[in-house]
Design a protein around this ligand. Sequence first.
Ligand code: GCV
Length: 603
Amino acid sequence: MRDASDDGSYDLVLALGAGGLGDEGFTVAREGGTTTVTASGGRGLLYGLFHVVRLGEAAFTGAWALRTHRPALALRMLDHWDNVAVHPVMGQVERGYAGGSLFWDDGRARGDVERVRAYGRLLAACGINAVAVNNVNVHETEAHLLTDRIGEVALLADALRPYGIRTHLSVTFAAPVVLGGTATADPLDGAVRGWWSEATRRVYEAIPDFGGYVVKADSEGQPGPFAYGRSHADGANMLAAVLEPYGGTVHWRAFVYNHRQDWRDRTTDRARAAYDHFVPLDGAFAGNAVLQVKHGPMDFQVREPVSPLIGAMPRTRPAVELQVTQEYTGQQRHVCWLGPMWSEVLRFRPEDTSVGGLARGGLVAVSNVGDDPFWTGHPLAQANLYTFGRLAWRPDAEPGEVLDEWIGLTFPDAPARLADGLHAVLDGSWRSYEKYTAPLGVGFMVQPGHHYGPSVDGYEYSPWGTYHFADRDGIGVDRSVATGTGYAGQYGKPWSELYESPDTCPDELLLFFHHVPYGHVLKSGKTVIQHIYDTHFEGVEEVEEARAVWASLSGLMDPARHARVAERYEEQLRCAREWRDQVNSYFLRKSGVADARGRLIHL
Ligand code: GCV
């Protein structure tokens, strides 16, 4: 608050009062030269204060009537895939591209929590109010965070609490066996329930406002209720029951599929798996059990349809999971601002309500932050973190406006040339990335394991269920009801009808839903093969242009930041050219169809 005048009046007043705004809502008004933020408690005032920061000078100009702000979603959460002990394959942060963990160092919680505090403030400024501090793949060391190492989690929770952030923990479903020495982890076993109940009591003793558990069960080798012939509702409800007395929630992930598939088997479709597993359980989950569903049916590809599960469980609380860390979108070496993609997902209407409205369990994302000096490795990847938080607060926000907000806050007093340049390089970057990587929604084509860079057949004969079926005549996965895996039928109308036929399926998802000949004519008027060639040339040209724009911004920001981005553009361009050449050569060799424009494609 600034004392601005001789008469003792204030520029800014933060006031407690006004019921009906909930825990996090606030009002702002300006009258008689004073801007007043009112909320019913600390969290609301905190968000109100950051709102004033976003407004900048406008917060102190003119007079305006009371405006009310409330988050659309109560839970706005980041999941950190951080390991306490460095994992031999996945490192300290699984799919982390910003250095080590902010929370864990040298096998234990960081003693110096200053950076954690600063992170809490940063997250509050973005509107995020929950954090899971460890990887959903819970290895042996990390399993102990639940019991004998809960004190370390409490230290992190203490650092984050002043910023309105509740701490959650990923736990292994086998914890009673691994930590408690019980013979079973059967969720219906009395001793198992008793073990979880006592463990949870101790967690709340250490962290009274603990948010709850995150569970990846029966997925990619993690233990789960299937081993005991129990359902996922049995598993989730057992944990929900022990958390319920304390107001905690279990976030149960729906990412359950067969990762040991035989590629010869054309009847198993990984895209179907979450729906097939969970829709029969609709209505069976406890009120404080949230089903956490990835936004697409596969795995955070640059283009996927929205998961049909999100609209198919009216009696369940879904949370929608996004991936801010750029596992499949350039690993924070490429500029790929995902705001437009997330906005499309959140505005998609599986029925009368949008995905943003259906996400009653909240919006969750895998974090992209680490101990890198720029927080996110690539300085421009901070825009993804900010956009996630703002869309979680208001899923129908215009992503372009959110981007400009981020630019204004990150580069205060930026001259128009800098602000325009930043907007230009970020705004179209997701579509450029899509152009030079896997075409028309087919997905994957990445190098196996680390998932960076192209390998068209990298996953084609693997057990992971991610195939494109390209042959000499055509490409794509037939997921129609009439002749394919039937996945298109998991949607309600009109989507099931629209996706069923290649004539009505949107171009950008064509190869996700259909196997078509290379000569198939898209709605754009181009053949599939010509589209592949054109987009791959265009994608690289767009990166070249963005790199030139970036070079022109030199001198308009601190040199270290400019240099870090410039260096990453070199790598992005190298990698984009590699994608272009591998994809174009692959399809020229398969199809024998020449580029109509006669450009260089390596045979
Ligand atoms: C944490 C993908 C990633 C894995 C990740 C998994 C998940 O498969 O490659 O690293 O595991 O998703 O979401 O659980």
